[in-house]
Design a protein around this ligand. Structure first.
Ligand SMILES: C[S@@+](CC[C@H](N)C(=O)[O-])C[C@H]1O[C@@H](n2cnc3c(N)ncnc32)[C@H](O)[C@@H]1O
Length: 226
């Protein structure tokens, strides 16, 4: 069984995606999903789980956004899942306290220290009181974190991938990502670290040669500060 490229219908299951989606409750009607999932599949699961749920899902990648939009159209969910080209490093075009839940799997590690601080402030602002946030980021235990060039000014490590190309990521440890969240005013509910097999392709059908190490954080916006 050395097949490396299963058929596109064989989409690899994800621990972090399943964990994140399991934290969304029936009270969570408005969800902000930062960095839409491949083909919008996580967002389609969110929408199918509750018929009156509305999801705003963003990306900075127009090609990924169009692919996700076509899958969402096919699933007849375009009235409930809004795909937007939007950079989380910039001010968000939403009123304060607009969303019940923020889902941010494998996206915030794209951001430098300063951009991450800005993004978390914005996410805190647009969350309703008692709103919650789910984050999954790659950890410093990933092979690329050790092999790359680390810039201590912005926290970013630049590395060359085995499959070609140069990438830049902020590899976190539990303290770094929790400090960012707590300094923004979030309360940490749980933090977990585990290995997960990520994919190298858009459709999540081609497993990467190396297993990644992820940090998952679930946090809330405290209701009242008297
Ligand atoms: C590895 S994918 C993860 C997507 C998804 N959250 C999931 O769980 O499958 C990263 C996504 O984040 C998007 N992204 C990267 N930087 C971003 C930014 N600054 N603002 C918004 N989205 C961003 C990418 O375009 C891509 O859609």
């Amino acid at each position: 069984m050395t097949e490396k490229q299963p058929k596109s219908s064989h989409r690899l299951d994800s621990i972090s995606e399943n964990n994140g989606l399991s934290l969304i409750s029936d009270q969570d009607k408005n969800i902000y999903s930062v960095g839409i999932s491949t083909g919008g599949l996580a967002e389609i699961r969110m929408a199918r789980a509750l018929s009156n749920r509305h999801i705003v899902a963003t990306t900075i990648d127009p090609e990924g956004g169009s692919f996700a939009q076509s899958q969402i159209d096919q699933a007849l969910l375009s009235d409930r899942i809004e795909v937007k080209i939007e950079d989380i490093a910039h001010t968000l075009p939403y009123a304060d306290e607009s969303f019940d839940f923020v889902y941010a799997r494998l996206v915030l590690h794209y951001l430098s220290k300063r951009d991450l601080q800005n993004a978390l402030q914005e996410l805190h602002r647009v969350l309703k009181p008692t709103g919650r946030i789910f984050i999954a980021v790659r950890s410093t235990a990933c092979l690329e974190a050790k092999a790359g060039y680390y810039n201590s000014e912005n926290g970013i490590t630049t590395y060359t991938s085995k499959i070609g190309g140069t990438y830049s990521r902020y590899f976190h440890d539990q303290d770094s990502i929790c400090d960012f969240l707590e300094n923004t005013g979030f309360h940490i509910t749980h933090v977990k670290t585990y290995d997960e097999q990520l994919c190298i392709d858009f459709q999540r059908t081609k497993p990467s040669d190396d297993t990644d190490n992820l940090i998952e954080v679930y946090a809330s916006k405290p209701a009242n500060r008297s």
